[in-house]
Design a protein around this ligand. Sequence first.
Ligand SMILES: CCCCCCCC/C=C\CCCCCCCC(=O)N[C@@H](CO)[C@H](O)/C=C/CCCCCCCCCCCCC
Ligand SMILES: [Ca+2]
Ligand SMILES: [Zn+2]
Length: 266
Amino acid sequence: MESVLAYQSSEVDWCEDNFQFSEEVAEFYNTVSSASFFIFAPIMMYLLHPYAKERTHAVHLVWLMMMIVGVFSAYYHMTLSYMGQLLDELSILWVLAIGYTLWFPRHRFPFFIKDRCTFAGLVFFTATLSTVFSFAKPTINAYALNSITLHILYVLCQEMKSCTDPQIQRLAFTTVAWWALAISCWLSDRLLCGFWRRINFCYLHSFWHILISVASAHGCTLFAYFDAQYEIPFARPEVHYWPGDKWKVALPYLSVNYKTRLQKQC
Ligand SMILES: CCCCCCCC/C=C\CCCCCCCC(=O)N[C@@H](CO)[C@H](O)/C=C/CCCCCCCCCCCCC
Ligand SMILES: [Ca+2]
Ligand SMILES: [Zn+2]
């Protein structure tokens, strides 16, 4: 047990120099930047609350899990332990599982699945199996998790084929742009560390933490929008931005129209 908790027992070491500032913290910038999950999650929980109230409070689980990802990510970079790595990766796997359960469009379910409850069962079975397999070769886990994003991108492209709303096209474009920036940093830190060391700039993984938090906030709002359109169309979902619709860099959220719903019910 002691060895899986030991500092640097993980096979993966990120580009940032270890123990630069303290003997307790292996990768200082990577540890500190994990706070971005903590900063964005409560804001998104608040912004998506009207949609969650209308649809299901389970939406908040995604943001709770994001905070857990933040804790495990900080623990992992602080210790570079095997346990830290697994906790970080498994928490990502499960936040993705919750995201799929909530937002995967019903009309794209496999033909043998008729309702969201059965779909949730399939997702949770797959995630449990993947949890078990993740112990087999931990070095490939992160690549496997990143390839799930390719499936999310595929679903997004399919959904956008029938979407002509310029607001949603803008949101889809921004989501993919943030994600592309994030994954470039992740891959570059992983594969081109020699180059970054030579120019003394080893902080790309900490940029990834911030960029993927922003990309996730965008991606979740986008899929929540598709979901609201299919599942609660009477709520007339609309995308807005915080702090303001005119801001160039802002967090997207969904507004729902309670008034229309009340009129419909009467
Ligand atoms: C129908 C599909 C709905 C999908 C909803 C998606 C909900 C996902 C929400 C957030 C997940 C973000 C988690 C990021 C955690 C990063 C922690 C980290 O940095 N870990 C690294 C080690 O420190 C590790 O190497 C990283 C592994 C890979 C992580 C893959 C994350 C996938 C994020 C998917 C984001 C979707 C954005 C939309 C893209 C078009
Ligand atoms: Ca390192
Ligand atoms: Zn990380």
